[in-house]
Design a protein around this ligand. Structure first.
Ligand SMILES: [Zn+2]
Length: 79
């Protein structure tokens, strides 16, 4: 009988933790899906979010850069 109570308690704690962790994860994921569209910086290879201010339209394609420096370098390379 003792073991049954212990088991039930463990199950409850486990479910509580699972719910908490699951909820947290879902919250993070929905937050990420809004901002985590990453584009690769063609100069240094860094991944930058799509709402990055340093972006350039090149041959109908939007390119994103991690910094003004990289954007400048890309323009220089293009020339
Ligand atoms: Zn860069």
């Amino acid at each position: 009988m003792k073991y049954l109570i212990l088991l039930a308690l463990l199950l409850l704690v486990g479910r509580y933790l699972y719910k908490r962790l699951g909820g947290k994860k879902r919250g993070q994921m929905s937050r990420q899906s809004r901002t985590e569209v990453l584009k690769q910086d063609p100069v240094c290879g860094a991944y930058v979010p799509e709402d990055e201010e340093f972006c350039l339209r090149s041959q109908g394609e939007l390119l994103y850069f991690c910094s003004k420096d990289c954007m400048r370098k890309y323009k220089e390379l293009k020339r």
